[in-house]
Design a protein around this ligand. Structure first.
Ligand code: HSE
Length: 400
């Protein structure tokens, strides 16, 4: 029997305990032995909870207990998660986490620390919730140069965009709903400003280039500026607005970006709605592949965490190979990416054409007193020059 400790008894931590209980037998069969929770670390007590006796408040109890072979972290945030992760690995314990903030910042360091000790540091649930994407990138797509990863990596914002689009609901109402359903982060700024998706694409990009990608280097725009009028225009164009987190290979470098994008039906990500996430991967040999599923929520995320624990039990004495060198990689300038832009302005068409040349005008029912148009394909520098010349830009959204 393998004994584990779960740090944090919130949504994900309690999900981990639930998955281990509900699927106990099949998990034991697949892992080769039973997996039992010995401790749950939380600041709170849980009177009446069936696992209340396992709750401890002092991490040292877990770190000093040699019987605990795996520490599962589900607290979120960088500290004290990082200190606990390091403490666990230095004490000879394997580590599994769903914490993208921790892994985006300290993943390379924790992996190296674990590998030096023939231990594992796994983080399959940190991107895409229940969708297997980390393991496929690390273990399956090893024969390819990955040319593109484009993902809907945040369930909360995808849920919000879908609801705003389907029901014409307001931003604040759909955000509240997403929080009540347990999709959003404790501080939803991380979701709606794109920070959560940014950390996830930083992790994926680090894995595909085998080096540290700092999330601070990734240009990130959220969805807080998206309005009902934008959604009307999107509908008029037969498109949907999605928060995309993307990485593209450009020469020897990768270029990463998080921003709302207008997608049309030809995009494999167009039909990804609600809280679902999807990750589109293009390999130079593989061609195109899509990974789709539940990207947030208690049980899907917990399922991925427990799958990591199973993998750890299967590799108790050996580190699973993972290429993520701590040396920082320089990203390509995101303004070198080319795409069309959808622009709304208070300027007249003559001024638009003086700045952008020929454009395609767009109208939407119920929106008046402004000019909206689609540019030709242009890079970010050309766009900024033209937009600067035009002046009064009310909105601009990239078209993918
Ligand atoms: N808040 C995140 C989301 C949770 O909405 O996708 C999963 O990382």
């Amino acid at each position: 029997m393998v004994k584990i400790a779960v740090l944090g008894y919130g949504t994900i931590g309690s999900g981990v305990v639930e998955v281990l209980k509900k699927n106990k037998d099949i998990i034991a069969r697949r892992a080769g032995e039973e997996i039992a929770v010995k401790y749950i670390l939380d600041l709170r007590d849980f009177p009446g909870d069936p696992y209340e006796n396992l709750v401890v408040h002092d991490y040292e109890v877990i770190r000093n207990d040699e019987e605990v072979a795996v520490v599962v972290e589900a607290m979120g945030g960088v500290e004290p998660a990082f200190a606990f992760a390091k403490g666990a690995i230095l004490a000879g314990k394997h580590f599994a986490t769903s914490n993208k903030a921790l892994i985006a910042k300290h993943g390379a360091e924790l992996i190296a620390l674990a590998q030096e000790r023939s231990l594992n540091c796994l983080f399959g649930a940190s991107v895409g919730g229940g969708i297997p994407i980390i393991r496929p990138l690390n273990s399956c797509l090893t024969a390819d140069v990955i040319e593109e990863i484009s993902g809907i990596l945040n369930g909360t914002t995808n849920y919000m965009m879908t609801k705003m689009s389907d029901e014409g609901s307001e931003f604040d109402d759909v955000l509240k709903d997403a929080q009540q359903k347990g999709f959003a982060e404790a501080d939803p700024t991380a979701d709606i400003e794109g920070h959560d998706a940014c950390r996830k694409i930083a992790i994926l990009t680090s894995l595909i280039c085998g080096q540290q990608v700092d999330f601070e280097d990734i240009h990130t725009e959220g969805i807080t500026g998206i309005t009902a009028a934008d959604i009307r225009y999107a509908k008029a164009m037969g498109r949907r607005i999605k928060l995309l987190a993307s990485s593209y290979k450009m020469g020897d470098r990768y270029c990463a970006l998080v921003a709302p994008c207008l997608l049309d039906e030809s995009s494999p990500l167009y039909g990804v709605n609600g809280v679902f996430n999807a990750i589109f991967v293009r390999g130079n040999m593989l061609g195109d592949a899509m990974f789709y599923g539940s990207g947030a929520g208690k049980l899907p995320t917990a399922s991925a965490v427990v799958a990591d624990v199973v993998d750890i039990v299967r590799h108790k004495h050996v580190s699973i190979t993972m290429e993520w060198n701590p040396e920082k990689v320089e990203l390509e300038d995101y303004r070198r990416l080319t795409n069309r832009y959808f622009v709304r302005t208070s300027a007249e068409p003559a001024e638009v054409e003086a700045a952008f040349g020929e454009v395609s005008y767009v109208t939407a029912e119920g929106v008046s007193g402004e000019t909206a148009f689609l540019t030709d394909e242009m890079d970010g520098y050309a766009y900024e020059t033209a937009a600067g010349k035009l002046g009064s830009v009310l909105q601009s959204i990239r078209v993918k």
